[in-house]
Design a binder for this molecule. Structure first.
Ligand SMILES: [Zn+2]
Length: 451
């Protein structure tokens, strides 16, 4: 998950993108549409068919192996990989591990060099740096790409980023003194990578030939600014216009006790909202219609591709050295994967989706000059903006705001949700002071914040 504070640069960069709905897409719609074709003979009698249906539904209800998830996450988030910073040895080791898994499963290599697609970029470390800055050293990143060819016209892309913050030198850590500490990134995003590997195994090993192909892709460069996914979208190894849906898994390892998670992108094609509602089972879902978010699906959305983004929410270990494998809710992740699979299974039954541009909150907030230094709770569905984490020595921390506080007003602007918060931020400048009204438990409090 890309650090929220940096999302500002990101959205500013993206704000010029044309958000037209591609007319020819809808024309293509339906032409390549074919019913799910199973390997069972069509001449089976109804009774047998019912038994098979039962078997199929039992198979899809079958939970994902927590043992496999644990072994992927434990390796990827081990100290040996030194936090998988993009361009480091640990990142290459992670790429090697994913390659090995893709090969073992039997996916076809779909990079530019076997499973790999490598690229070089100059990260912009701060809002004022440009990629042309001669002092910025180029970084070499890698995407790992495997393909499951079902002989179909169109493809579903399932992705997750595998890079993380390395040793905390990239300014994205929330630790007060991060330098030199290994940021293992178990939830962010070894959890998503483990999910991609296990979904790949499922779709490869099931006895169903879906009417869509699958492309499984693990990106790096995400934490520094979605570089891997941008690279793939600019230099795709498949025809991107043949994408039915892009499914992004970023931080799916911390399902909370109340079983609430967030799904973004539900407004990017008609039918996605209902599809998610029908597939969620006993999980609770907070939906976000926008195709723009703090992770790699944004790159695909900006290429007019329908997207879904699965995320189990922020926590106090987010972007800290303590995001460790021992804190993952493995049974919870298995449940989330069951939900993602049911969503993909439902998408497979649909003709190629028609891309729909969503109203992006960011369009109204192309940039803001100030931030509070907080992690918003993306899955909070009460009124206000719930703080999930506070960065030391930033305006919120200096004003005494804490994780769990709910911001309900900034200056004279009421804050009902994250969009209001972002809009409000756009109204303030550095050095300015304002009153922020919060709810802490049953107490209501006003504090003065200096930006
Ligand atoms: Zn992250």
């Amino acid at each position: 998950m890309h650090f929220y504070n940096n999302k500002i640069n990101l959205t500013a960069k993206f704000s010029g993108h044309p958000s037209s709905v591609c007319g020819y897409r809808s024309a293509v719609c339906g032409l390549h549409w074919s019913w799910k074709e199973t390997r069972c003979s069509a001449s089976l009698r109804l009774g047998f068919f019912a038994i098979i249906l039962l078997a199929v539904s039992t198979a899809s209800a079958q939970s994902y192996s927590t043992k496999n998830l644990k072994s992927h996450i434990t390796y990827l988030a081990s100290d040996k990989l030194q936090g998988r910073g993009t361009g480091t040895k640990g990142e290459k080791m992670a790429a090697k591990y994913i390659t090995k898994q893709f090969r073992k499963i039997g996916l076809t290599p779909k990079g530019t060099d076997g499973y790999l697609q490598s690229y070089t970029f100059k990260p912009s470390a701060n809002p004022h740096a440009t990629t042309e800055d001669a002092n910025v050293q180029p970084v070499n990143g890698t995407n790992v790409i495997g393909y499951l060819d079902n002989g179909a016209a169109n493809t579903i892309i399932v992705g997750a980023h595998f890079d993380h913050l390395g040793l905390g030198y990239d300014k994205n850590s929330l630790d007060p003194n991060p330098e030199g500490k290994i940021h293992n990134g178990a939830d962010d995003n070894a959890s998503g990578v483990a999910g991609v590997i296990e979904l790949a195994r499922h779709y490869h090993d099931n006895d169903v030939k879906e009417p869509y192909n699958f492309l499984f892709i693990c990106f790096s460069g995400e934490e520094l600014g979605l570089y891997g996914s941008k690279k793939f979208c600019e230099h795709p190894t498949m025809d991107l216009s043949k994408t039915h849906l892009m499914v992004n898994l970023d931080m799916i390892g911390r399902l909370k006790e109340d079983k609430t998670l967030m799904v973004g992108g539900v407004g990017t094609a008609p039918g996605l909202e209902k599809l998610i509602e029908d597939a969620r089972g006993n999980l609770k879902v907070n939906r976000d219609s926008s195709g723009i978010g703090p992770s790699d699906h944004t790159s695909f959305y900006l290429k007019d591709i329908p997207v879904l983004f699965f995320f189990t929410g922020q926590h106090s270990d987010y972007h800290k050295p303590s995001d460790d494998a021992g804190k993952i809710n493995y049974a919870g992740e298995a449940e989330v994967l069951g939900f993602i699979q049911r969503s993909i299974d439902a998408a497979v039954e649909k003709p190629k989706f028609t891309f729909t541009a969503t109203k992006n909150k960011t369009a109204n907030n192309p940039s803001f000059k100030v931030t509070l230094g907080i992690m918003p709770d993306y899955v909070f569905d009460g009124t206000g903006l719930r703080i999930d984490g506070v960065t030391d020595d930033r305006p919120a921390a200096r004003a005494g705001l804490k994780a769990g506080d709910v911001i309900v007003q900034m200056g004279d602007l009421p804050i009902a949700d994250i969009q209001d918060y972002m809009k409000a931020l756009g109204k303030f400048s550095k050095g300015e002071k304002t009153m922020v009204k919060i709810k802490r438990g049953s107490e209501e409090k006003s504090v003065e914040v200096e930006f």
